[in-house]
Ligand binder design. Structure first.
Ligand code: SF4
Length: 507
């Protein structure tokens, strides 16, 4: 196997979000369009695939494809999705490959023929065990999803035959371990559920003529819904013509993801009553106290480093400046970069403003360091643009451990914070100095009690037990057949997995 090219930044990404979920129950509203705009607001959480299911009370129709929300849907498609219940999803693959079958919402049928469609944010840690159970029940089938979400849907639909969807959820969810913020529906009812630890966010909003559920409050804002409350850890919500029903399937043991505050969530989102933007500015202030630097200008690595750079500048009294321009639309284009484009490396994403940088001692504020390749290229680019000193400040502690609850950082061996101490990382990225905010100060900035947060990627203390290596990982289900994992996004790929596609429109 060839070694990865350390200068090839097209393969070096920061932490990748897992997914965004959105649901609407709103008779008289164009729920497909509401969901489209909701997903648009959540696009940062997943850019590989998008899908919307809509039910009119008698039939569920799912439309999904690989690509950005704006690439998958157009006016014509949205106008063909009529009904009063909708479930939406934008995906980055954390379990299963990035192929069409694994796009969500999933769709399964009960033995009585009614449908269940489901969107999942988070990652399960007992997928192999659940898959064994599904296999024993005869729910394994060809040409279906190879995701934890697919297994969950198949088990839910199976149990719903006898117990109804709420009864099935109450029975199934206590056996599911890991992170799950779910939005699902049958023909008439919208459901939402959150794992007992509430690792990933999920909020409830009110429309004049209905309800919405979303991964982040920013998605409520964009559809004009007012924030009601968070879906509680261990809670199941059901919304239909009878109103809103709440029940519990487990006692809450909150362990919200602290990384949502650092990078994952939108800055205009509020989590557990705390503004993400205000948290990031506060982290920057605390970073300046912990790691002061002599510099002429504080510049952010846009966009996620911007609030922390503002805080750093405020606390240090050193002027804030924009020294880097982000190529906002480079995103995931689905076009393989040519060799010439590859060699541009970081310039594909960020371009320096020489008049701000030349002759200056820079303090560069970024949200996190994962592999370190991007920061190494960044420091080199800033020096080439005329910086006389480059002091790197990071608005989170070193990422030393992988995440098993829905964030794709890298394997442990690839994490630069795992193999090197801070001086080693400084030398590796070529900075004049390097400072990370401490975990204590990061948590203080979030204004959440330490006991209610997951910080496992920083301290290795996993709040939900992780099974043995061979029973976990992105391709845990595809591991059944090594060829399947390599089929990538080939539309011709034949898979074995869980779920059905009977009501799914393939573009
Ligand atoms: S390990 Fe890190 S990224 Fe994963 S849930 Fe915990 S805090 Fe969040």
């Amino acid at each position: 196997m060839s070694q990865p090219d350390p200068d090839d930044l097209t393969a070096d990404h920061g932490p990748r979000e897992e997914c965004g979920v959105f649901g609407a129950w709103a008779p008289g509203e164009e729920v497909a369009k509401l969901t489209y705009y909701g997903l648009y607001a959540l696009q940062h959480r997943g850019q590989e695939a998008a899908g919307i299911s809509v039910s009119d009370g008698s039939q569920i129709v799912v439309y999904k494809d690989l690509g950005l929300v704006s690439q998958v849907f157009d006016e014509q498609v949205l106008c063909s999705l009529n009904g009063h219940v909708a479930v939406g999803h934008c995906r980055y693959s954390t379990t299963g490959g990035g192929n069409w079958q694994n796009a969500q919402p999933t769709f399964c049928t009960t033995d009585t023929g009614s449908g269940i469609t489901l969107a999942h944010n988070g990652n399960l840690v007992n997928t192999a065990e659940l898959a064994d159970h599904a296999r024993d029940l005869g729910l394994f089938r060809k040409d279906a999803a190879t995701t934890d979400s697919g297994v969950l849907s198949a088990l839910l639909a199976h149990a719903a035959t006898d117990k109804g969807v709420e009864g099935a959820a109450q029975e199934l969810f206590p056996t599911v371990r890991g992170a799950f913020s779910l939005v699902f529906s049958d023909e008439n009812t919208l459901y939402a559920a959150r794992d007992p630890h509430g690792v990933r966010p999920l909020v409830l909003g009110r429309l004049e003529r209905g309800w919405v559920v979303a991964s982040e409050t920013a998605a409520l804002d964009i559809v004009g819904a007012s924030f009601v409350r968070e879906v509680e850890p261990g809670e199941l919500l059901a919304i239909d013509a009878s109103g809103l029903r709440s029940s519990r399937f487990a006692n809450p043991e909150p362990k919200g993801c602290v990384f949502e505050y650092v990078y994952l969530a939108r800055p205009d989102t509020t989590i557990s009553g705390r503004s993400v933007h205000a948290t990031r500015v506060d982290i920057g202030r605390r970073l300046a106290e912990e790691h002061p630097a002599d510099g002429d200008v504080v510049i952010p690595v846009p966009e996620s480093g911007t609030p922390a750079a503002i805080g750093y500048a405020q606390a240090s009294g050193i002027p804030y400046g924009s020294g880097l321009v982000k190529n906002a639309y480079v995103g995931r284009t689905f076009i393989e970069p040519s060799q010439t484009i590859r060699q541009l490396g970081i310039r594909l994403k960020l371009n320096p403003l020489r008049e701000v940088i030349r002759g200056k001692r820079l303090i560069v504020v970024d949200d996190s360091i994962v592999r370190g390749n991007t920061q190494r290229a960044l420091v080199r680019m800033l020096r080439e643009a005329g910086a006389v000193e480059v002091h790197v400040r990071i608005a989170s502690p070193p990422v030393r451990w992988p995440c098993f609850y829905g964030i794709d950082f890298a394997s442990r061996a690839e994490l630069i914070g795992n193999g090197l101490d801070n001086e080693g990382i400084r030398r590796s990225i070529g900075a004049d100095s390097l400072g990370y905010v401490s975990l204590e100060e990061l948590i203080a900035a979030s204004e959440q009690p330490r006991s209610r947060l997951c910080a496992a990627c920083f301290d290795g203390e996993y709040p939900i037990a992780i099974p043995e290596d061979e029973l976990i990982g992105k391709h845990v289900l595809e591991g059944l057949d090594p060829d399947v994992a390599d089929q990538g996004s080939s539309p011709a790929a034949t898979q074995q997995g869980y779920g059905a596609h009977d009501a799914v429109q393939r573009p």
